[in-house]
Design a protein around this ligand. Structure first.
Ligand SMILES: Cc1cc2nc3c(=O)[nH]c(=O)nc-3n(C[C@H](O)[C@H](O)[C@H](O)COP(=O)(O)OP(=O)(O)OC[C@H]3O[C@@H](n4cnc5c(N)ncnc54)[C@H](O)[C@@H]3O)c2cc1C
Length: 373
């Protein structure tokens, strides 16, 4: 795929993070000694040695507690029951779907909606839950002659992969699925790349329930508009944490998002026809085979595409009064409360969101310490 992209004029790069222009290469991964590393493992666990850190797991934060407009802590529920935990300052990091809904359940959100679902309003913040940005991904799949890892994840191949993993900490079980990635410019005038692609040397058999791979060699390549213009929303359905939220991602609502989505999908097809890839390819298969016109491609994004799992923007940061948090991550309209997660991103970043979430947390630490002084 890297060679095929080069044949289309997209340069090969060592480090995908180093560029602000088009390029293809191997994806950076949070994998160390064959194991994916989470922020909890790498940052939180070492910090748990400190005497002033207490971690409570298996616990739902139901809502924030407050005295007037000052946030005083959180109301939690776990196997031991419900109780309040007091705090000098609350740092809310429940993610782009749960931070806005937790704020709304606590009375901080669009007043009319909160009243309509029976929540008493603490602060009318119309932006909470709006401005949701999310990637809409569509993948093309190909049957291959060779060069696939499908066999490594099933039957005897899986036993071999497991053995290799436990003995050598290497092989397919240490892979990040989308091993190769790239950034492309589909609109000539767009300056920076506008679409992101990822390829996995495996193909999903969607004719069976669950997540199973094809019994023949296959590969997939998916992509999305990097900085979508479309804005969705998430609003609580009721005051109780168990009531499902009303989520409207509003995918591909603008001409730009639809244009780039179509162009990147056509790019994938052209790439699989390049001399570097064509000898591997038998044919395009489900779910993408047979989708031809622009309208069919857009329909496919909605019908068989998926979320990029990068929802962001629902507690937007800004200097304007309509933003949810200010530039020091403090929630406007109340005291003693910050949001630190990717819900504060005003728009999506040019790529995946995990590393930016960690970078943001690091910067938030500096701000919190500085303000505590
Ligand atoms: C399936 C999947 C695959 C992904 N793959 C990649 C990838 O390959 N690369 C990449 O860069 N990004 C990837 N992402 C995106 C990345 O994981 C997120 O963008 C990132 O984790 C966002 O960090 P966050 O701190 O904003 O929120 P989160 O990591 O979602 O953290 C929020 C935390 O709050 C907890 N929480 C929420 N509500 C409550 C509550 N009421 N009470 C108590 N706890 C609560 C949640 O359990 C969670 O632990 C993926 C996401 C998903 C879902």
């Amino acid at each position: 795929m890297i060679a095929a992209a080069a044949q289309m004029g997209v340069p090969t790069v060592e480090d995908l993070n180093s560029l602000d222009s088009s390029g293809f290469g191997y994806q950076p991964r949070n994998i160390w000694k064959g194991k994916r590393q989470s922020a909890a493992k790498v940052f939180l666990r070492p910090a748990m040695q400190r005497p002033n850190v207490t971690v409570i797991t298996g616990t739902d934060v139901l809502r924030l507690t407050h005295a007037g407009k000052r946030v005083t802590g959180v109301r939690i529920r776990n196997a031991q029951g419900e109780r309040d935990v007091a705090a000098r300052e609350v740092i809310l990091s429940a993610g782009a779907l749960n931070s806005p809904t937790l704020l709304q359940r606590s009375g901080i959100g669009p007043a009319a909606h909160l009243r309509s679902v029976g929540v008493e309003v603490l602060h009318d913040a119309p932006g909470v839950g709006h401005n949701m940005r999310e990637h809409r991904l569509l993948r093309a799949q190909y049957r291959l002659r060779k060069g696939s890892e499908n066999a490594s994840f099933q039957g005897a191949g899986l036993y071999l992969s497991a053995l290799r993993y436990f003995l050598l900490k290497s092989g397919p079980l240490t892979s990040a699925a989308f091993e190769v990635g790239g950034f492309i410019r589909t609109e000539p005038g767009s300056g920076r790349p506008d679409a992101q692609l990822g390829m996995g040397p495996m193909s999903i058999d969607s004719s069976t329930p669950g997540l199973s791979l094809h019994g023949f060699p296959g590969a997939m390549c998916g992509g999305y508009v990097m900085r979508p213009e479309s804005r969705g929303s998430i609003l609580i359905g009721g005051p109780d944490i168990a009531t499902p939220a009303i989520i409207d991602p509003n995918y591909l609502a603008t001409d730009y998002d639809r244009r780039v989505s179509v162009a990147l999908f056509r790019f994938i097809r052209t790439m699989f026809a390049q001399p570097a890839l064509a000898p591997f390819v038998v044919e395009e298969i489900d779910p993408s085979a047979g989708i031809e016109t622009d309208d069919e491609i857009i329909d496919a994004y909605h019908r068989i595409g998926g979320a990029g799992y990068h929802a962001a923007g629902t507690c937007r940061m800004g200097e304007d009064e309509a933003s949810v948090v200010d530039t020091r991550l403090r929630v406007r309209g109340v005291e003693g409360l910050r949001v630190v997660d990717i819900s504060v991103m005003p728009s999506l970043v040019s790529g995946n969101t995990n590393a930016p979430a960690m970078a943001m947390a690091s910067r938030a630490g500096e701000l919190i310490l500085a303000d505590a002084d």
